[in-house]
Design a protein around this ligand. Structure first.
Ligand code: GRF
Length: 190
């Protein structure tokens, strides 16, 4: 049974989808939900699901990413995860952190990578006049929003869409794609 730690920064809707998918004959179980924001509402949602939680506020570290990550690593390593899932985690991780988990760290990004790495993906797709958008689950490497693609889901862009209406349509697909990719990834390693 693979042990999965999930990193969040906010509401954790993707975290919740992942947690609720890991039941029955699923080859993985959630062991920790951690956040860089102690006020992340996803922490309470994780606790309500019976999952252990941890929070390390990144702000006191004032941009000393390595020091923040060293603090965040403590509860993560204590949970002894086999797989790390970034789910709405909004801090850029240093190559040092990534190297520890490379090959077993996944992320979901709200665009059809390689298009629109980084932020404000839906606004950029609309400004480009794209007729479709979507999300990508990929392996995390030292290059932001890069790495091997495990799966993608596409949605149509509808005339009149705003970044919010498009984000809501994509989020529905994220909640299906990420659990499917995690199940395949956790089962592959046997
Ligand atoms: C989602 O758009 C996800 O693609 C991105 O963060 C947003 C919020 O995710 N990574 P969640 O609701 O906190 O899971």
């Amino acid at each position: 049974m693979k042990r999965v730690a999930i990193l969040i920064s906010g509401g954790g809707s993707n975290m919740l989808a992942l947690v609720r998918s890991m039941t029955g004959d699923h080859p993985a179980r959630p062991v920790l939900v951690a956040s860089n924001d102690p006020a992340a509402t996803g922490l309470a949602r994780a606790a309500a699901e019976g999952i252990a939680t941890a929070a390390v506020d990144h702000r006191p570290f004032k941009g000393d990413r390595a020091a923040f990550e060293a603090a965040l690593l403590e509860p993560i390593l204590a949970a002894q995860p086999d797989i790390l899932c970034l789910a709405g985690f909004m801090r850029v991780l240093t190559p040092g952190f990534v190297q520890r988990f490379e090959g077993r760290m996944l992320n979901i990004h709200p665009s059809l990578l390689p298009k629109y790495p980084g932020l404000h993906t839906h606004r950029r797709a609309l400004e480009a006049g794209d007729t479709e958008a979507g999300c990508t689950v990929h392996g995390v490497t030292a290059v932001l929003d890069n790495g091997p693609i495990l799966g993608q889901a596409r949605v149509p862009v509808i005339p009149g869409d705003t970044a919010d209406t498009l984000a809501a349509r994509v989020l529905v697909e994220e909640h299906k794609l990420y659990p499917a990719c995690l199940r395949q990834f956790a089962g592959a390693g046997r």
